[in-house]
Design a protein around this ligand. Structure first.
Ligand SMILES: *[C@@H]1O[C@H](CO)[C@@H](O)[C@H](O)[C@H]1NC(C)=O
Ligand SMILES: *[C@@H]1O[C@H](CO)[C@@H](O)[C@H](O)[C@H]1NC(C)=O
Ligand SMILES: *[C@@H]1O[C@H](CO)[C@@H](O)[C@H](O)[C@H]1NC(C)=O
Ligand SMILES: *[C@@H]1O[C@H](CO)[C@@H](O)[C@H](O)[C@H]1NC(C)=O
Length: 789
């Protein structure tokens, strides 16, 4: 869903109603029927009422504020305050008419009025894939992060009968002393039995959702209970306790455990069946900050292109959290593989892309002529026999995409149907094949996903094959008089080399950064494909009502799944290195990430079949054990982020939304490229751009105070990269050092791609501190290769 810019939205509405209000009669009518919707109102801090820490009184305070700021003629229908915010933002959410909202927007006490929008939500092998071992490295060094609380903003949690959330015998009975949160009860959620020393917080925020629906919640529980499965999955991935004999109907069997097995979990349910209203999500940030969590895991974002940071509720909430020392790990989104699709792209987020593990759930389609296409399946019922069965293409029997009710049962009965992607969820198509009497299905994937297939919890014998394979199978069907096939289910296959791992998921959202191209996004990648973790017992693993199965675990994919891996690892670092700021934890994860796959090549990209770029994988795949000892770090704090916003040209009012009284004109001279980021992104706007300079400050956090680092550059095509100085000498008195990088276009330099990439390595022979470089070229400089397919 496109995020509405507040003023534009108000102007459009103003136009419509001004026309309707041509006569007085109509105007009265308009007032009577005037609909209210939800808005988030950012208030000038000096004009905000003094609030008690939380609760009813806080809403009353803003009730007074509204009575003072809305004239009598606009006072009906009376506004309703949904939330007051004092930690993640200064202001409130309320039900207002457009005219009340417009009036408030023009008030000197109000910074901005943002319409409430719906945000989108974007699993056990992973600890060993990440090198996390109970006997050495970061896991024992951090004691599993037993003193850390991870706040998970999502669809809630389903703890009953889930070992991931059971009381933990070796953890202290109480959460860390500074944690002030707790659990609230609701229908189907008895906090006194479900919360314990592992699940230390469980709250829900539904006022925005309920106001938008105009009625009480439907299927969803008015409690922290997760009826979807998403939040249970993400929370258990971040910090679930070890659960023996986990798996999804035999797939991915083994011990399931979160990345930070000792960390405490506090869930903040702000996401409902239709999505996550921004007013509810900001309330969740507000509460998590007030409760004193250490890490926030947010697998959600605004839909569509990333909004301006001041209009992006998650960016605003995350800014305040990071200012208080809370690390915010967020998913990059599932809108890949196109450019500029990454979400949560402000520099204060730790933004996570998704890549594969060394595990596949293989199911091969074997054609009558012996040709075999490797696909993926989670089918758990009776396998098909070796005897080949008749094969038909959906397009020849009623519906290419196997739409419900469109398949001709006479032509489908007893056969396997090949279905094209699109329109409906896979589970719905399976249902349609099943109802038509089909024996099984082969699903093609979308072309832009290349080698990637998206699996689902299959209810009939089915496999999903890549686009190219489904095109070949179609050719086979049209060429043969009696095409046949069988599907051979090979179960869980763990393999180091074939295919190599990790590979970037096609769906993982990509850079460049739509709002600040000099900030390279995403930051890192982590496992997000076919992840096994805990699931809800309140609905089926496919989400279909006709699917009566209930599963303790499910296997799903998305950057929603990679984000909590990084949240968990960040919790380990938070405990192992308590003096590190959120920016330093992020820097450590970025500069120690790896970029080479298990076969020794650059991490691949499933959408192209070739190598990935830093716009897909960021600084690379996280490497937790190395991140505990990064050597040098790039730090940044609130003031640096304000400088960044000023450099983007934000007004005083826009900066004030982040809680700062900074005067940007007094900070002239800062540039976005100089933000102390552990990665480099350079934009050449014309072919004559003079050299671009970016400066950085690094701090030595290695064991030796006296140490010398030398720079090694791998220059991107078309540029000469100069690092000054090339040698950095640190001592007990000089723990930080500055350097400048000059990116100069080579004379006669023409490149064949819109973006070229390289890296800078600082090394003291013991540590390797790596930053990627991305160059964006103007169209005039790019020679398009001819006959490129
Ligand atoms: C919740 O569980 C406690 C402990 O088992 C029990 O005493 C209490 O009655 C339960 N509350 C509700 C509302 O069921
Ligand atoms: C289904 O296919 C059969 C056999 O080709 C045909 O006779 C029948 O008319 C089809 N039914 C529909 C509803 O198209
Ligand atoms: C902001 O800074 C500029 C330049 O230093 C100064 O002229 C201006 O008065 C300041 N504005 C405010 C509101 O302080
Ligand atoms: C490169 O950029 C130009 C415009 O600047 C665009 O038309 C073209 O599609 C881009 N090429 C690729 C491969 O993205």
């Amino acid at each position: 869903m496109e995020h509405l810019r507040p003023l534009a939205a108000l102007c459009i509405l103003a136009g419509i109603v001004a026309a309707a209000a041509a006569t007085e009669m109509v105007e009265i009518e308009v007032v009577e029927v005037e609909a209210r919707s939800s808005y988030i109102v950012h208030v000038v801090p000096a004009h905000a009422p003094r609030l008690p820490r939380r609760g009813l009184l806080a809403s009353r305070a803003y009730g007074c504020f509204l009575r003072e700021h809305i004239p009598t003629k606009l006072s009906s229908p009376a506004p309703t305050v949904l939330y007051s915010y004092s930690h993640a933002a200064t202001g409130f959410a309320a039900r207002l008419t457009w005219r009340q909202a417009a009036h408030l927007a023009s008030s000197a006490s109000v910074l901005a009025v943002v319409p409430d929008t719906m945000l989108e939500l974007h699993t056990t092998l992973t600890p060993s894939f990440l090198g996390l071992s109970p006997s050495s490295g970061l896991l024992p060094a951090s004691n599993g992060a037993s003193d850390v609380v991870i706040g998970v903003i999502d669809t809630g949690v389903y703890p009953e009968g889930r070992a991931s959330f059971a009381a933990h015998p070796s953890l202290p009975p109480l959460p860390p002393g500074r944690f002030r949160g707790g659990c609230v009860s609701g229908p189907s959620f008895n906090a006194s039995t479900l919360c314990n020393n592992k699940l230390v917080g469980a709250k829900f925020f539904h006022k925005g959702h309920e106001a938008a629906r105009g009625s009480a919640l439907g299927e969803d529980s008015e409690s922290p209970l997760d009826t979807s499965g998403h939040g249970t999955h993400t929370a258990s991935t971040a910090a679930g306790s070890a659960a023996a004999d986990a798996g999804f109907y035999g797939y991915g069997r083994g011990k399931a455990v979160g990345m930070a097995p000792g960390a405490r979990i506090a869930v903040y349910k702000a996401c409902w069946e239709e999505g996550c209203p921004s007013s509810d999500t900001l309330a969740a940030f507000d509460e998590a900050i007030a409760d004193g969590v250490d890490v926030i895991s947010a697998s959600l974002s605004a839909g569509g292109k990333a909004p301006d940071f001041h209009a992006d509720i998650i960016a605003v909430g995350a800014f305040r959290a990071v200012s208080k020392g809370i690390l915010v790990s967020a998913s990059a989104g599932n809108s890949g593989p196109g450019e500029y699709t990454a979400a949560n792209i402000a520099p204060w987020f730790l933004t996570v892309g998704a890549s594969t593990l060394n595990r596949q759930f293989r199911a091969d389609a074997v054609l009558g002529n012996g040709e075999t296409f490797t696909g993926t399946s989670l089918y758990a019922g009776e396998p098909l026999g070796a005897t080949k069965m008749p094969l038909v293409y959906g397009g020849d029997v009623g519906s290419k995409i196997c739409e419900d009710g469109k398949l001709n049962a006479t032509m489908v009965a007893g056969k396997i149907v090949l279905c094209d992607p699109g329109m409906f969820a896979r589970a719905v198509k399976e249902q349609s094949v099943k109802l038509a009497g089909g024996a099984g299905a082969i699903f093609g994937s979308i072309e832009s996903y290349g080698e990637q297939v998206m699996i689902s919890a299959n209810v009939i014998p089915a496999t999903v094959v890549p686009f190219a394979a489904s095109e070949k199978i179609k050719k086979y069907i049209s060429a043969e008089t009696t095409p046949t096939v069988t599907i051979v289910f090979r179960g869980t296959v763990v393999s180091r080399r074939t295919p190599p791992s990790p590979r970037m998921a096609s769906f993982s959202s990509r850079g460049p950064n739509f709002r600040a191209p000099e900030i390279l996004k995403p930051d890192v990648t982590a496992p997000g494909v076919d992840i096994l973790a805990a699931w809800t017992g309140a609905s089926s693993p496919t989400g279909l009502a006709s699917d009566t199965r209930r599963a303790q675990y499910n296997i799903v994919s998305g950057t929603s799944m990679s984000c909590p891996h990084v949240s968990g690892v960040s919790a380990l670092l938070r405990q192992a290195r308590p003096e590190w700021s959120p920016a330093v934890i992020k820097s450590a994860l970025m500069t120690t990430a790896y970029n080479v796959d298990s076969a020794g090549g650059v991490i691949g990209d499933m959408s192209t079949g070739g190598a990935s770029t830093p716009f897909a994988r960021g600084s690379g795949h996280i490497n937790p054990n190395r991140a505990a000892d990064p050597g040098l770090v790039y730090d940044a704090g609130t003031e640096d982020y304000i400088d960044f916003l000023c450099a983007l040209g934000y007004t005083a009012e826009q900066v004030a939304v982040f809680g700062s009284s900074a005067n940007c004109s007094a900070r002239a001279g800062s540039s976005v490229g100089d933000h102390n980021y552990p990665a480099f992104s350079v934009v050449f706007t014309t072919s004559e751009t003079a050299a671009v300079r970016q400066s950085r400050v690094v701090r030595n956090v290695g064991g030796d105070a006296r140490v010398t680092y030398r720079a090694k550059v791998s220059a991107p095509d078309g540029v000469r990269v100069t690092v000054t100085p090339r040698t950095l000498r640190f001592s007990a008195r000089r723990r930080t050092q500055k350097y400048v990088v000059t990116f100069a276009q080579r004379t006669l330099g023409r490149v064949t791609k819109n973006h070229t990439f390289g890296s800078i390595d600082w090394s003291d022979r013991k540590h390797l501190v790596t930053s990627p470089i991305a160059i964006t070229w103007p169209a005039s400089q790019v020679t398009v290769a001819v006959a490129e397919m």
